[in-house]
Design a protein. Structure first.
Length: 119
């Protein structure tokens, strides 16, 4: 239980650092963890966050989630820890000027949780 809590805290910290760093790639020499943030800009400006959020289901693969919309996530943060697997959090933003967004968390490529903000 302690390892899971530690990983969750690490993911949250990485998400905050990834957002604050403006999408710069970061890696460590530590063999147990590597992180990177890779923002991308989509050519499509509109995404109905509520509809997207409703379609995302636990256990879906990242490719299945990406197929739900033609808009790339605005930010993805990854971390990998030996023995615990790979964690990734991706955030999709709503319409330009809209403060709504949805964050989807993946463990080893499958959805483990989702949150929506701005509703």
């Amino acid at each position: 239980k302690h390892k899971v809590l530690t990983v969750i805290i690490a993911i949250v910290i990485l998400a905050v650092i990834g957002g604050a760093s403006g999408g710069t790639k970061t890696s460590t020499n530590n063999d147990s963890a590597t992180t990177s943030a890779s923002p991308s800009v989509s050519t499509k400006a509109k995404l109905d966050i509520a509809a997207f959020y409703a379609k995302v289901e636990s256990g879906m693969t990242k490719d299945q989630v990406l197929a739900l919309t033609d808009k790339d996530p605005g930010n993805c943060t990854e971390s990998e820890t030996q023995g615990l697997g790979k964690y990734e959090m991706c955030t999709w933003y709503g319409n330009l000027g809209d403060s709504a967004f949805a964050t989807v968390s993946f463990q080893d490529g499958k959805v483990t949780s989702k949150t929506k903000t701005g509703f």
